[in-house]
Each structure stands twice: as structure tokens, then as C-alpha cells.
Design a protein. Structure first.
Length: 525
């Protein structure tokens, strides 16, 4: 396994594996008679070989639906928008990052009976303009775009439904524009909270054979793209299509999608700006937002919808999200996965209609009070150690600024090894090796708590580096020897410093020859 540190510790994992053989304790299957279609509980293993290099041609569902289609200006670019129905405006914010509005079709046509439903593609996705803007793609830009769509459509207030990653955007939008909200619906939403959660269940129903085939597909597509000069868009679509044919659908669905639906998913539902690094820009900015505590005294009616079998998360996720929205109503759908509207449409749309048609007015005083709360929440998040750590650039200037801001008491609040790692590298950057040594020791403990042997070894290696640079050679050798005895063959890559090594083999080399300082090669700040 190769671990790429970009700049230090972004881990590239081809497939996590822990396939369960049955539903976990306390997890019952959907009711009998509900799954005439193949479901995850059948545990069928289907391996499709060779690689499918063409996707069946199926039309966009939008082409056959009676929708008002337009492009609206959000200032520096135009976004694609569709509308249908009358009533309370209800805008749908799709997931991803990198998904499109298409996967809401045809399901949300039902809402036209009680709402003016608005579909749109986010900037850099689907049929909207691919324009990163001066700061690149960011979540700040995404929520500003969303409000610009509202304004362009002449809507004073609307209900916002956020699905998956779109649920994160909907929540972030709510903290910035609460006065524009008539209601908030969170559907399988990303919590956006820096809290401890149980690990994902998304591999629980994928067999070892399916996981191995999906790994092979990645390699086959990489080779095919190089040999046949496939454009990046086709490469992405083929990856989605082949992965789902080989069981990847089980990660977010209870019931197996039809062949036609799988083709549409690959062709129309996962399209984004590959050239301008849409996903990396969005993810970097999203990582700076901790929504914990953001909705204390939030006066806007909120509905949280969760599928019991949404394997993207574990069983603790619905209550964690609901706990961050004290006034919300939580509804758990017993027979659904991530896409509740697809797998339990009758129950979901009944709950949505009941919520939308009964939305009460929100008092101006309550809104004013919440805006004060949101301002204080934003101030606190921007002053937190994690914000400083995650906002720091990866180049010498960014790490130097992080080292200047650093306070030792920060370490008392940190839990995750990547955060300790970045702080340790900031101390290395500024030649504060004694402090770096202590931080890498804390990184080792964090890795032990996660039972992550490879990361523990990484922390020990960099403890050895700090000791070498401090002239404490015997102690450094002892750290390297511990890693050699661990016999770890994983490879770590530190692109910032131009280093790549197999863990235990590299440590054996360092036992013979001390580490010599290498300089930062990162061009970014």
C-alpha cells in the first residue's frame, strides 16, 4: 500500500476492506416483501469481465420532462436551472462534490403538486459554467452562488433541501443567509462537524472479490486511458459505470439500480470540472468549516431525513446530526439507504409535503438573535487550533506562519494524527526540532489509539529525524530500530520534501546513515 502525503498525509487508499457476513447486532433487515428486487442482503457477487469500455446510450431524463429550463447569471458565470410546479419555492442542492441535479429526476416531480421545485447545477458541475473564479472553487463561492440563484429568480424566501454533500452546503448557507430560509431539509446530509464518529459501513456488504475487482478496474482504466487516449470525462464515467456493475452500488443503495439507471448515473450524475481541480478546491475549503454548535437557537423549521441503511455513515450519524439541530424533526426511513427519495418514495414525499405545506413564519426577532449566535460561532471556529492547522498552506510560508501561531496547549485539544503531523512539520520547517519531537510523539499516541501501525511507524521515523537533527543519534537509532522490527512494507510519499520510502526498509537505512535535512519543494504558500 502506498500512502501519499500531499503535502504530508493525504492517504490514497484503493479500497478499504472489512466485509461483514451479516447484518450487525441490532440491525434488522427491511420488512419482508419489500425487496422483490435484488438487495444488499442477498449478498450476490457479480464480477463483470472484461472491462466495459462503452456505456449504453440513454437520454437525459430532463429531455422527457415538462420543465422550464434556463441559465441564470450569478455574476461572473451562468448556472443551469430547471423549474416545475407552484407553491413554496423549494431548491434542491445536490451532493458530491461533483454531482449534478440529474439524480433528483424523476423523483422530485412529485413535489410539483405542492411546491415550486428548483433544480440547478452548481458552478463547475453538470450543465453549468466551469469557472473557478479568482479564489478557485470554494464552499463560500458555492453558497454565494446559491443565494445569487434565489435573487435571479426573484424569490424572497425559499425552502432549501440539501442532499449528501449538498446537505453540508445547505447548512452552511443557513448560517450565512438565515433570513432567506423558509425551511431547511437535510437528506442523508454530510454533518460537517469535527466530532468523533463511528467508521463508515460502506464496505460491509461488498465482498472481498468485489473489492478486489474494483481495485483492478482502477488499474485497467488508467492503462486504457493512456493507451486509447480517452478524455478525462470518459475515464471518469467508465470508472463509475464499471465499479457499479461490480457491486459498488451496494455502498449507498439497499436495492440494486436497474441497468438503465446505472448508465444514467455514469453519464449524467457525476460530472465536474476535472481540468481546474473542482473537488480538491471544494474539499480544502470544506475542511475549514466545523458546523458543531452552529444551530443553537436556529429558528428556521428543520427536517432531517435519514435512511437506516445509509452505509455512508454508521448507526450513530442520525442522532449526531440531529443533536446539532436542537429544534429539528428527525425521520428515519427503515427500508432506505443514502437515496431515501428513490428507495422509500411514498413515505419520504409524504413527510416532505407535510413539512413544506405547514411551514410557519419565522419571527424577525428570532432571526436577529440567531444571526448574533451565528456570528459568534463563526468567530470561535476561525480562532480554533484546527482552523489554523487546516487553513495553513503547504509551502514554507504557510508552515512558517503556522509555527508562529502555534501554542503548546493546542495539543491538548487535538485527537487526529494528521493534525499532529502537520504541526510537527511546521516545527521542522522552522528548525524547532525539540518541539517537533514532542509533537511527533503525540502523533504516535494518536495513531496507536486508532490502531494504525503504518502511521505510528511514520511518527517514529520523524521522531528519529528530529533526534538526528538534534544530535541525539543513539535515541534516533532506537526509534528507527523499532520501525524496522515492525516490518511494515507500506510506502509513504512526502511530495513536499521529495521523499518516498518503504517504511521499515527506509528505517534500516537510517540506522546506518543519519537523516540530513531536506528543504520544502512546495511552490504553494
Amino acid at each position: 500500500m502506498t500512502h501519499r502525503l500531499r503535502p504530508f498525509f493525504t492517504i490514497f487508499i484503493l479500497a478499504a476492506a472489512s466485509a461483514a457476513l451479516c447484518a450487525g447486532p441490532g440491525q434488522s433487515r427491511p420488512a419482508a416483501g419489500a425487496e422483490k428486487r435484488e438487495s444488499i442482503f442477498d449478498r450476490n457477487v457479480v464480477l463483470v469481465k472484461p472491462l466495459m469500455t462503452e456505456i449504453p446510450v440513454v437520454p437525459r431524463l430532463c429531455d422527457s420532462l415538462a420543465l422550464e429550463k434556463k441559465r441564470v447569471s450569478v455574476g461572473d458565470c451562468e448556472l443551469y436551472v430547471e423549474e416545475e410546479g407552484r407553491g413554496t419555492p423549494l431548491v434542491l442542492v445536490n451532493g458530491g462534490p461533483g454531482g449534478t441535479h440529474h439524480y433528483f429526476h424523476p423523483w422530485f416531480g412529485r413535489t410539483a403538486d405542492f411546491a415550486r421545485v428548483i433544480y440547478y447545477d452548481q458552478r463547475g458541475c453538470g450543465l453549468s459554467d466551469y469557472n473557478p473564479g479568482p479564489d478557485g472553487y470554494t464552499v463560500e463561492q458555492a453558497v454565494a452562488d446559491l443565494d445569487a440563484v434565489r435573487n435571479a429568480l426573484g424569490i424572497e424566501k425559499w425552502a432549501v433541501l440539501g442532499y449528501s454533500y449538498g446537505g453540508f452546503l445547505a447548512q452552511y448557507y443557513a448560517t450565512k443567509y438565515p433570513e432567506r430560509l423558509a425551511g431547511l431539509v437535510l437528506l442523508g446530509a454530510v454533518p460537517g462537524m469535527w466530532v468523533e464518529m463511528k467508521p463508515t459501513r460502506q464496505y460491509d456488504f461488498l465482498s472481498p472479490e468485489e473489492q478486489a475487482r474494483i481495485r483492478d478496474i482502477g488499474q485497467e482504466i488508467t492503462e486504457g486511458a493512456a493507451e486509447r487516449q480517452w478524455p478525462p470525462e470518459k475515464t471518469m464515467a467508465l470508472r463509475v459505470y464499471n465499479n457499479h456493475l461490480n457491486g459498488d452500488w451496494k455502498r449507498q443503495h439497499v436495492f440494486k439500480p436497474s441497468p438503465e439507471k446505472l448508465a444514467r448515473k455514469a453519464l449524467y450524475e457525476w460530472i465536474f470540472d476535472l481540468k481546474n481541480n473542482f473537488r480538491s478546491g471544494i474539499s480544502k475549503s470544506q475542511d475549514l468549516v466545523d458546523l458543531t454548535g452552529a444551530f443553537d437557537r436556529f429558528p428556521v423549521p428543520t427536517l432531517i431525513c435519514e435512511g437506516k441503511w445509509d452505509l455512508t455513515w454508521n448507526t450513530d450519524k442520525p442522532e449526531i446530526l440531529a443533536g446539532n439541530h436542537p429544534g429539528a424533526k428527525l425521520v428515519v426511513f427503515e427500508k432506505a439507504g443514502h437515496a431515501v427519495y428513490d428507495e422509500e418514495p411514498e413515505a419520504f414525499f409524504a413527510a416532505l409535503q407535510d413539512f413544506v405545506v405547514r411551514l410557519p413564519a419565522v419571527s424577525p426577532a428570532a432571526l436577529a438573535s440567531y444571526k448574533s449566535t451565528a456570528t459568534e460561532w463563526d468567530r470561535l471556529r476561525r480562532s480554533s487550533p484546527l482552523y489554523y492547522i487546516r487553513a495553513a498552506g503547504f509551502g514554507r510560508a504557510g508552515l512558517t506562519e503556522l509555527a508562529k501561531a502555534y501554542k503548546r496547549e493546542w495539543c491538548d485539544t487535538l485527537k487526529d494524527w494528521p493534525d499532529f503531523g502537520k504541526l510537527g512539520f511546521a516545527q521542522y520547517e522552522t528548525a524547532n526540532y525539540a518541539e517537533g519531537l514532542q509533537i511527533f510523539e503525540l502523533m504516535e499516541r494518536a495513531a496507536e489509539n486508532k490502531q494504525n501501525a503504518s502511521t505510528k511507524a511514520l511518527a517514529l521515523i520523524w521522531q528519529g529525524h528530529m533526534l538526528d537533527l538534534l544530535g541525539r543519534r543513539a535515541e534516533a537509532v532506537a526509534r528507527y530500530k523499532t520501525v524496522v522490527d515492525m516490518n511494515i512494507k507500506d510506502t509513504w510519499k512526502h511530495s513536499t520534501y521529495g521523499l518516498q520510502y518503504e517504511v521499515s526498509a527506509y528505517s534500516r537505512e537510517r540506522m546506518e546513515k543519519p537523516f540530513v535535512r531536506v528543504e520544502n519543494k512546495e511552490k504553494a504558500p
